[in-house]
Design a protein around this ligand. Structure first.
Ligand code: SF4
Length: 340
């Protein structure tokens, strides 16, 4: 099902932009969507007393704003800059890396001043000439669930199609890609799908698209000439994990066809967690079955003083061997960027 918010708040200035006005008119017509013009910058009226309610209601809220800050954040190592179209996500994945970033009411912000944002991207491209500049549009979001309302990604893909030295990439767990088909993208956009075993998706990736739909969407994207990639993450070990992940890879292969004549890239990331992420997950999903037993993991010190719990060496080796062997044998033209 497509995402429908319960409430949409507008910063007053956002209504001066065509996208802000379009979203206002669109949601104003919908029944059961509360519309409000914000008096200040702060978003204070999202309900929710318990952590679970607060989380749910945050996910049901959109805030349409003008992005004031001119500079883009860097996005190493996958791109040079983050491209801020949307911040937040409609999905409710238990392990999500955003869970500790957006406070206890994780609403989604949509930026109305898309043309100004793209102009800024152009400045960065000019600055780095003659080198190519890469932008990541999903650094703090999954932009696909909002695309049917905003059309921002389609605009952005067209923009990059016109930019000889600009490249766009983003990743999604959603399947609603139809309005991205038929765009003259000139091969300047890479779309990656985040996939997992059916069991992991059903158990932990609430509110996202089923595996089958993501695979179907990836085929459409591939057939329309986009560069295609897959992030398989997080790999979770459980009884029968190998069989399930092999079925996932085979389903992907069957859908893409026997004679894949273009490169497909893979990134594979094993499950890991920090103590603060575990605390937050247990607050929001008290009945979670996510495997987060520190005893079964190895503690790995991080760069900034905090560390994470990763799979033990032998478990990780087994994951690496499994994905290396199976991706290479099923997808001859593939490149595995990394398995960690
Ligand atoms: Fe987080 Fe991605 Fe799930 Fe959205 S789809 S909740 S960004 S992991």
């Amino acid at each position: 099902m497509n995402y429908i918010p319960k409430r949409v708040y507008f910063e007053k200035r956002a209504l001066e932009y065509p996208l802000g006005e379009k979203l206002y008119n669109l949601f104003n017509k919908k029944e059961n969507v509360e519309i409000k013009i914000l008096k200040s910058n702060r978003v204070t009226s999202i309900p929710g007393k318990t952590p679970q309610e607060a989380y749910r209601e945050g996910k049901n809220t959109l805030v349409v704003r003008v992005r004031k800050k001119q500079e883009f954040q860097t996005c190493k190592p996958s791109a040079h800059y983050q491209l801020p179209l949307v911040s937040g996500c409609a999905g409710k994945c238990e392990y999500c890396y955003l869970n500790t970033r957006f406070g206890n009411k994780p609403y989604t912000t949509i930026y109305a001043n898309i043309n100004e944002i793209l102009e800024k991207a152009k400045d960065y491209i000019e600055e780095r000439k003659p080198d190519i500049t890469y932008f990541e549009a999903a650094a703090t979001s999954d932009p696909i669930p909002f695309e049917e309302y905003t059309g921002s990604l389609a605009e952005t893909i067209k923009f990059f199609g016109r930019e000889e030295l600009g490249r766009l990439r983003f990743v999604t767990k959603f399947h609603q890609v139809d309005n991205l088909l038929g765009i003259d993208h000139k091969g300047h956009t890479t779309i990656r799908f985040s996939i997992n075993s059916e069991k992991v998706i059903k158990e932990y990736e609430h509110g996202t698209s089923p595996l089958e739909k993501r695979i179907e969407a990836s085929k459409k994207i591939f057939d329309h000439g986009y560069h295609l990639g897959f992030i398989i993450a997080p790999i979770i070990r459980y009884d029968g994990w190998k069989e399930d992940y092999l079925n996932m890879l085979k389903a992907l292969k069957n859908s893409l066809g026997k004679d894949i004549d273009r490169e497909i890239r893979f990134e594979v990331i094993s499950h890991r967690f920090t103590s603060s992420a575990k605390k937050r997950i247990l607050e929001v999903f008290p009945k979670t079955k996510l495997p987060m037993d520190e005893e079964e993991r190895k503690f790995k010190y991080g760069q900034f003083g905090y560390g994470k719990y990763v799979y033990k060496k032998e478990d990780l080796e087994e994951i690496k061997e499994f994905f290396n062997d199976n991706i290479n044998s099923l997808f001859k033209k593939s490149t595995i960027d990394y398995i960690i």
